[in-house]
Ligand binder design. Structure first.
Ligand code: GLP
Length: 269
């Protein structure tokens, strides 16, 4: 896993947006996997700025969101569809028909989840999956104990997640207890993952994700099995990482290589 530590939340947003923008420019028809939550707001804000000021073009981009609360319709202010419209889609030139968020009011959830997976496959799979992380180390809504091979399905939220997410609702009782979520297996199939974390409250989960064992108790740790994950963290979220100095050296070497000041060793003839 490549680990990038930035000084603060704003820099994290900018850095993550650069990865997305680079892909969108190189492959205008790319498929993005998108996340909700406070952490990704900076990334979306920077992408909106790039769209407005630099003409970053989303017109042919396709997107799939990770999850949605069961019971909340698209216009409910706390639904993830609403979050995406308000914080991203309404401010860029993406075609709303190309944006996909699970339907929290599907009549047949099993069929809907299967269809969601099929749709991702039909679009050629996810090129870049943006991920936040829960305080308990979950990705999307894959709570501790989720199978590391899981697919899109219904999931019961833990008390910790309900408490964490209650800040967006009037009170804790209003937080849905169920969600539709892509599975860990679904996420692992994306070509590249961008894990974003900010703040002290994520430090323990980040340490366990990056330097702990792979375990279904911290579903984000399954990302260690993925071939291309970039973790972008602020200083606070990175605070408990033991190998921080090494990650810094790796980034420094990468910068030197990119600028031509250092070359990778050529194979001996
Ligand atoms: C929810 C979402 C996750 C997100 C997490 C963290 O549980 N399902 O996808 O990563 O919240 O949210 P925040 O960035 O607000 O801390």
């Amino acid at each position: 896993m490549r680990v990038i530590v930035e000084p603060d939340r704003d820099e994290v947003g900018r850095r993550a947006a650069q990865f997305v923008a680079e892909l969108v420019r190189r492959r205008p028809t790319c498929v993005l996997g998108l996340a909700t939550g406070g952490t990704v707001l900076g990334t979306y804000a920077e992408l909106i700025r790039m769209h407005r000021e630099e003409g970053l073009d989303f017109s042919r981009v396709v997107s799939f969101n990770l999850d949605e609360y069961v019971g909340l319709g698209p216009t409910h202010p706390q639904s993830y569809r609403h979050f995406m419209q308000q914080n991203f889609f309404d401010h860029i030139n993406i075609d709303v028909r190309n944006t996909h968020v699970p339907d929290g009011r599907a009549l047949d959830f099993e069929a809907h989840c299967e269809q969601y997976e099929k749709h991702i496959r039909e679009e050629g799979g996810i090129d870049l999956q943006i991920l936040g992380i829960g305080g308990d180390g979950h990705i999307a809504f894959n709570e501790p104990g989720s199978s590391l091979g899981s697919r899109t399905r219904l999931k019961t939220l833990t008390e910790e997640t309900v408490r964490d997410n209650a800040r967006f609702f009037d009170n804790e009782d209003e937080v849905p207890r169920l969600a539709i979520t892509m599975g860990v297996g679904t996420i692992l199939e994306s070509r590249r993952c961008l894990l974003i974390a900010c703040g002290e409250s994520k430090a323990k989960a980040i340490r366990e994700t990056i330097e702990g064992p792979v375990t279904a108790q911290i579903t984000a740790s399954a990302l260690q099995l993925h071939r291309e994950v970039v973790a972008i963290l602020d200083e606070e979220a990175a605070r408990l990482l033991e190998r921080r100095e090494y990650y810094r050296q790796v980034e420094h070497a990468q910068t030197l290589m990119r600028s031509g000041q250092m070359r990778p060793l050529s194979p001996t003839r």
